[in-house]
Design a protein around this ligand. Structure first.
Ligand code: ADA
Length: 565
């Protein structure tokens, strides 16, 4: 699943391929008798079943089935890297667990009752059904496809096993890292050899006594031979832990990120972020992008001169972030929470779900050196004092899980009351001058007004990222008028905004153009009426990644501006 081998010792099998499939439609989950399901066709895993021609646009309950082989009667683990939106897992007819949102990894541990062939069934539901699926809502501005959308793996865990290894740089100059190993143990009280290897060279070795059930081991390590990670020199190392018979590898980069005054620093050097916002979407694959497309997206993003991607509005595929780690592309990673209003932010189930989503994302992705910002609550009701408790809860969740990265939420409540923005380490502004507000000629004035407003709020001393700017263009639409929806208008608009931000002014530390590619949006009437073709057409490449007119100008500008302020 990753760009490196995670387990060299642990038995692991990929369950990707064709599974038996049944579309059950609009039926209540608890009324389905597993024995009565007739699997009449096949479905690919991973894939979005509703991006295939037969099920395009369909919502309902589905069942996926295949056999798996238990190696022996040890604890086994199924890893689902994403099932969209809701899943219930059965082995030999026994329900083992549920998961209620897409885009993050979850695990199901079980001890097989028999060895050999087992029957694995996964019920997958892509319907919008609050409160069963509390963070996928029908009106979001991207099409939320369903299915087993990322790879699935089966592992044998044995008697003692490594669950996670978290690696955090404490001091990049001294190459000092903190390592937290979480393990599981069936019996405990056993003494075990623990070794840590950096690119296969031993850097620590000791004997540890395991606690029954499991526990954590925390160590500080200095790795003087390691070079720091940065966009210019993205040095990566494989850190492998061996505990008894098990092992676990993480790929690490030594780097620290912090906010100081109006700057964002990486290893004490100020950054300028020039990038794009990117959805995982393609007409043929939905949100389940093949590796070839991840790679070609990355190539285009590099070609454009970007050093930064805002990924989201949900947890991006770890393989794409692996590619960013390698390429030195900086990433804003974001938990799923889009446009929530007052009633939603006051709803304990929704806030708890976003919190769970944050926990899973941080747990899965915190070791990526390229991730420098944790994002959340895109364009939610931050102007209301009643929203503050939700913001505080969720921002604090991030801070407790990982205090090593700044936090930002993109706000479009500009020039208004504000009740939450002070909770954000970086001020992130989604504003569309030249599109939703003011004419192209008035963009500069609008930018000044936004900065004055921030000063007035007493937040003028923080770094500012223009987390979204943009305008729609239909691919191929060029005419003498060059008005809205034409490629000329989009090109003119983006050129003017970027110049106003970085050439005529020097206050912002970053920009992410909304958006990299055109994406299908929801069929909700409110959205469909303002989105020609039911696509969000603000991509600077279309949904098939064909560059629009704006491409060349942005490419030139980004290259001229460069990654240093
Ligand atoms: C918002 C939102 C995006 C997209 C954009 C637009 O800023 O964060 O997801 O919907 O607006 O195209 O209007």
């Amino acid at each position: 699943m990753r760009l490196f081998t995670v387990h060299r010792r642990r038995r692991t099998q990929s369950l990707d391929g064709f599974w038996h499939f049944a579309f059950l439609g609009d039926v209540a989950v608890d009324e389905v008798a597993l024995e009565s399901i007739r699997y009449t066709e096949l479905m690919a895993v991973p894939c979005c079943f509703d991006a295939t021609p037969k099920y395009a646009g369909k919502r309902g309950l589905t069942a996926y089935r295949r056999t798996i082989e238990a190696w022996d009667d040890s604890l086994h683990r199924l890893i689902f890297h994403s099932v969209h939106h809701w899943a219930r897992i059965y082995v030999n007819g026994r329900p083992l667990g549920e998961h209620r949102w897409g885009n993050t990894r979850f695990e199901i541990d079980f001890r097989p009752e028999t060895t050999g062939c087992l029957d694995l069934v996964v019920l997958v539901d892509n319907r919008f059904d609050f409160p069963r699926v509390p963070i996928h809502f029908a009106g979001y501005d991207w099409y939320q496809y369903g299915g087993i959308t990322r790879p699935v793996e089966l592992q044998r865990l044995g008697e003692n096993w490594l669950n996670r290894m978290l690696v955090e740089t404490l001091d990049h100059a001294r190459r000092q890292v903190r390592i937290v190993i979480r393990y599981g143990s069936r019996r405990g009280a056993e003494s075990m050899p623990l070794r840590l290897l950096l690119d296969e060279r031993e850097v620590a070795s000791e004997t540890v006594t395991l606690a029954a059930g499991g526990g954590t081991i925390e160590r500080l390590l200095e790795l003087p031979e390691a070079e720091c990670w940065s966009p210019e020199a993205p040095n990566l190392y494989l850190l492998r832990a061996e505990l008894g018979d098990d092992d676990l590898t993480e790929r690490i980069g030594i780097r620290q990120v912090r906010v100081e005054g109006r700057q964002l620093l990486l290893n004490d050097e100020p950054l300028r972020l020039l990038g794009v916002c990117r959805h995982e979407a393609h007409p043929q694959f939905g949100g389940a992008l093949p590796e070839s497309l991840m790679l070609s997206d990355l190539q285009q993003i590099q070609e454009l001169g970007c050093n930064y991607v805002r990924a989201g509005h949900y947890t991006c595929d770890a393989r794409f972030i692996d590619l960013c780690d390698e390429a030195g592309i900086l990433v804003w990673a974001e938990a799923n929470s889009w446009g929530l209003l007052e009633p939603e932010l006051k709803d304990a189930d929704i806030v708890e779900a976003v919190r769970g989503n944050i926990r899973e994302m941080v747990d899965e992705q915190r070791n990526h050196p390229s991730i420098i910002i944790w994002g959340l609550l895109n364009e939610c009701a931050s102007e209301l004092a009643s929203s503050r408790p939700a913001y505080e809860t969720l921002v604090n969740e991030y801070r407790q899980l990982d205090g090593s990265r700044p936090i930002a939420f993109a706000s479009n409540r500009v020039l208004r009351e504000d009740a939450c923005l002070d909770l954000s380490d970086i001020i992130a502004i989604n504003d569309y001058p030249g599109w939703y507000h003011v004419s192209i000629e008035e963009i500069g004035k609008r930018v000044d007004a936004v900065y004055e407003w921030l000063d007035g709020l007493g937040l003028g001393d923080r770094p500012i990222i223009h987390s979204e700017i943009g305008g729609g263009a239909i691919y191929g639409c060029r005419d003498a008028h060059g008005e809205r929806w034409s490629e000329q208008y989009q090109a003119r608009l983006l050129d003017e905004v970027i110049r106003q931000l970085f050439v005529n002014r020097e206050r912002a530390i970053g920009v992410s153009i909304w958006q990299f590619c055109d994406v299908r949006t929801s069929t909700h009437a409110r959205m469909a009426m303002i989105r020609p073709r039911c696509f969000n057409n603000k991509g600077i490449v279309d949904e098939y990644r064909r560059p629009k007119l704006a491409w060349d100008g942005i490419r030139r500008l980004y290259r001229e501006l460069g990654s240093k302020p």
